[in-house]
Design a protein around this ligand. Sequence first.
Ligand code: PAF
Length: 288
Amino acid sequence: MDILTTVNDLREAIRARRTYLKRIGFVPTMGYLHAGHEALMRQAKEECDLVVASIFVNPTQFGPAEDLEKYPRDLARDSELCARAGVDFLFHPDARDMYPLGSSTWVDVDGLTAIACGAARPGHFRGVCTVCAKLFNIVRPDRAYFGEKDFQQLMVIKRMVRDLFMPLTIVGVPTVREPDGLAMSSRNSYLSLSERQAARVVPKTLQRAREMIDAGEHEGAAITAAIEELVAAQPLAKLQYAVIVDPDTLTPMRALTHEARLLVAIFVGATRLIDNCALVPKAVAPPA
Ligand code: PAF
């Protein structure tokens, strides 16, 4: 595996191989990699002839009071994981290379970003879309891999690619979880032992929602009220949002008339964790 740190070096390295290849796969990350990232890389390796991964803690997707400075970093460990997962080129640029002096172009996706993380983190998706557009233009992959853990991000990126006719396919990969159900996330490393125990409430909210659906509940408000109650009972946790949305448009659904997506964000101590799951309602019996 080669590690490239400038846009020009990466472009040159890919250019030398592109003509011989059928498919280039790309896995963008912010590093501090875990088994969830590894699953993206392994799937890319299975489906593509050359795999490029990037590690870039993108400053423009963090709000002023967020964790940009303390975001965990470990390039040595990350490069080992990438090499093990079959990555061919690892791109690790610095911010001056990704945002040259005077950069003034942004990519904004409307609508899908008005809710959930978009509402809770103003400017976040503008930063995500802008950096992904830059990375896609540098790497020019055929396929790019994103985790379903960041479901809203996945949908926003798919929309950007569709709307701007970007010539690649976005592939969503199922969330990888710890044995107790907590979704893998680089931010789990912030949790103290007691917070790590308390974080179990996050996957429990999804489980509770699915149980209610299986018991025949169709009212979104009843499900979100049960989630509020569950989180309120955990002293270290604070619910930021629990919303039930249409999986394609991300518009809120009051009644679960068809498959929906539950999105939750919960603070455990100072750490913000997000998760989501599909909610498939029992078929509503047709009127007699
Ligand atoms: O999901 C992430 O790690 C980031 O949002 C991404 C897609 C790498 C863009 O910085």
